[in-house]
Each structure stands twice: as C-alpha cells, then as structure tokens.
Design a protein around this ligand. Structure first.
Ligand code: MN
Length: 240
C-alpha cells in the first residue's frame, strides 16, 4: 500500500458562503507525483477525531498558509503580522507534537517550517522586512520564480544531504521566518541574509522543514524532487 500523507486544510470564510476548508492543489499533486497518497484533513477542534486523523496517516505534511498567532510562541502581535487562522494553528500544533513525540515522518513547508519550530518550543520573526537588517526580498511572485539561493550549513544532516552542497536557487513566498530555534532542532540551511531556510531534528526518523516551496518547483527542480520523494519513502518505511 502506498504511504498516506496527511495535510490540514486552512479556513476560508467568504461573506456569501459558509466557512470552508481549503488547500492549494500543488501539495496534493506533488505528493502524488512523489509516490504518496495525499489525504486532506479538516482542522478539527476535538482531540479524539483529530487523533483519528493522525492515526490514519503515515506522514504529516505541514503546508504553507497564514501566519501563526504570536501567542503560540509567547509574543504579542507585531504591527505587520498578517492574517491568522486559529483553528489551523490549534490542529497543526497538536499534530506536529504527536509526530515529533511518536517519530512519525513530518515535512514542514514555509508556514509549516515555522509551525514545526513553534510546536517544539521555538520562536518566529514576525516580519522579516522590518526586523531583519539588510534582508533579501523573500516574497516573490509567481510562486515558481527563483527568488534567492540557500546554503546548507549542516552538510552531514539528512536535509543537508538531500539539498546538496553549494548554492541552491529556490522560490520564496514568506514574510515571516524561524527566530529562536526550538530545543532539539538545528538550523540546516540559510539564505545569504541569515534567514533560516531549513531545519531538522536530529535523531528523529524524518523531521525536516524548509522555508521555500518545493511543491511549486516540481517537476524540474532536482533538490525539491529528492526532498518530496525522501519524505514519502520515510512515510512508507513507517507504514510497513
Ligand atoms: Mn526565502
């Protein structure tokens, strides 16, 4: 059986419609192309059904999305904090902690990297442009455009080995970043302005995250293809 990769949908509230759960199609397409079965999950508030979702998946994908509420990492809101999605924070932080504690493979992408770091007790930079001196431009459209390079600083790590040596050109669609790194995690990749672009928890079978969007770069971006494929393989190993 192919490994099942779960991802939580965001909340969409539009004036003329009831609230809906939504997620970019690119995540499902990329996971399917990497050999996994994507499963879209609702952001449930109750523990028991959320746990049921967690038990039904072999790997957890934490996708991009809204800013995390600063209260989740002990800060008050910066003036340039973007939109937040409290039900999503609540569900994803619980799922991420279960994945870390129970050694289920987890891959964070963009907000997902920030979510994984916060779930493990780390902090965030709430707005790069106003809080990081001489920062690069980290929000560049279209979503597949190469915005800047990242450089691996821990080549012996799993993520470092996947991304490879040298400068790796990536896309960039974020205005927040990892700040204080969570206990038990290490910074694996950075941009030239020092912004964290990859983290990993050593000792966990597969707890990796990147700040760029590999799902928007496949097919054709070899490092992104390797990253998604390795995540699905880790989930397959867990499933068997
Ligand atoms: Mn970036």
């Amino acid at each position: 059986m192919l490994p099942r990769i779960g991802m939580v949908c965001s909340t969409l509230v539009a004036e003329d419609r009831p609230p809906r759960f939504v997620i970019n199609q690119a995540y499902s397409r990329a996971i399917a192309a990497a050999g996994g079965v994507p499963l879209l999950m609702p952001a449930l508030a109750d523990d028991q059904p959320l746990r049921g979702l967690f038990d039904a998946i072999d790997g957890l994908l934490l996708p991009g999305g809204a800013d995390l509420q600063p209260s989740t990492y002990g800060e008050s809101p910066h003036p340039l904090l973007g939109a937040v999605d409290p039900p999503l924070d609540d569900a994803e932080l619980r799922l991420a902690r279960w994945a870390l504690e129970e050694e289920k493979p987890v891959l964070g992408i963009c907000r997902g990297q920030q979510c994984l770091n916060v779930a493990a007790g780390g902090g965030l930079i709430q707005d790069i442009a106003s809080q990081v001196p001489s920062a690069l431009v980290h929000r560049v459209e279209p979503r597949s455009a190469i915005a800047h390079s990242v450089r691996v600083v821990e080549p012996e790590s799993r993520l470092g080995e996947i991304l490879g040596p040298g400068e790796l050109p990536v896309n960039s669609l974020h205005h927040q970043a990892v700040g204080a790194i969570a206990p038990g995690f290490e910074v694996v990749a950075v941009a030239s302005d020092g912004v964290v672009e990859g983290i990993e928890r050593p000792g966990h079978p597969f707890a990796l995250a990147v700040q760029f969007h590999p799902e928007e770069l496949v097919p054709g971006h070899a490092a992104s293809e390797r990253l998604l494929r390795r995540f699905v393989l880790a989930a397959a190993a867990r499933a068997s």
